[in-house]
Design a protein around this ligand. Structure first.
Ligand code: CO8
Length: 258
């Protein structure tokens, strides 16, 4: 498929998606979201790809949903087309690990897109925010939900009610991002992390992702039970035998399922 709004590349075992509407600060128009979904489908179906990185430009990861495209839509338009849910959730539903490498603005749908990813690495230039309130609406792709779980009620409430942005240092302090990096190192570090994840046993990687995500959906007791079941199941894989044998033999593991 030829893409107009994103650039899709394979770098070894890592799938790299670069949002590419620089003049609109990567505003997330319908066509872009559709292309993003298609690229994720392709990477999910490609056994050679073990991890995915989504990034934007130096100035903007994404400045939100495309305001020019949606401004004249009616309730009936957005309700009947299930605007936002359709397509967007594809990112959150991806089974392979997805890293967001964020430089510049990650606002509105851009911040929500980053939060749908499994890890956010931020450049020191990154700014996160949910400015929908300034447009007379509210976040529609998880801003009030995922942000609250990630940074707590006080900060999420303040950001969603006022549109105040967080800089990278505050985002790291608050637990929104896993690390802040000098802007010029962001992509190297994101690709290094993705490459490392892709070098692990694929079943173990998917189990980790499923189990960590379960922590958001269930009680501690249920989550611990789920984790233990998967832990036991990991002993059915060849990779468990190989990983543990390699440790004992003081060599690097050669995982088969990756
Ligand atoms: N939509 C459409 N175009 C945009 C957007 C956007 N979200 N953001 C920036 N642009 C365009 C500008 O209109 C401008 O275009 P033009 O040159 O044709 O006038 C160009 O990008 C450059 O922008 P600015 O001149 O404004 O650049 P500045 O450096 O002065 O400002 C800002 C950068 C602060 C990021 C500013 O552009 C801004 O405030 N943008 C809007 C941010 C925003 O409100 N985002 C929330 C959008 S609503 C939303 O995301 C709802 C989410 C719902 C779920 C997701 C469903 C898709």
């Amino acid at each position: 498929m030829g893409y107009q709004n994103i650039i899709v590349e394979k770098k070894g075992r890592v799938g790299l998606i670069t949002l590419n509407r620089p003049k609109a600060l990567n505003a997330l128009c319908d066509a872009l979201v559709q292309e993003l979904g298609q690229a994720l489908n392709d990477f999910e179906g490609d056994a050679h790809i073990g991890a995915i990185v989504i990034t934007g430009s130096e100035k903007a990861f994404a400045a939100g949903a495309d305001i020019k495209e949606m401004k004249d839509r009616s309730f009936v338009d957005v309700y009947l087309s299930d605007f936002i849910t359709k397509g967007w959730e594809r990112v959150a539903q991806c089974r392979k690990p997805v890293i967001a490498a964020v430089a510049g603005y990650a606002l509105g749908g851009g911040c929500e897109l980053a939060m749908m990813c499994d890890v956010i690495l931020a450049a020191d230039t990154a700014r996160f925010g949910q400015p929908e309130i300034t447009l007379g609406v509210l976040p529609g792709a998880g801003g009030t939900q995922r942000l609250t779980r990630l940074v707590g009620k006080a900060k999420a409430m303040e950001m969603c009610l006022s549109g105040r942005m967080m800089d990278a240092a505050e985002a790291e302090r608050s637990g929104l991002v896993s690390r802040v990096l000098p802007a010029e190192q962001l992509m190297d570090e994101a690709m290094k992390l993705a490459d490392r994840i892709a070098s692990m046993s694929a079943p173990a990687v998917l189990m980790v992702k499923e189990s960590v995500n379960r922590a958001y959906e269930t009680t501690l007791a249920e989550g611990l039970h789920f984790e233990r079941r998967l832990f036991h199941a990991a002993f059915a894989t060849e990779d468990q035998k190989e990983g543990m044998a390699a440790f004992v033999e003081k060599r690097q593991p050669d995982f088969k399922d990756r």
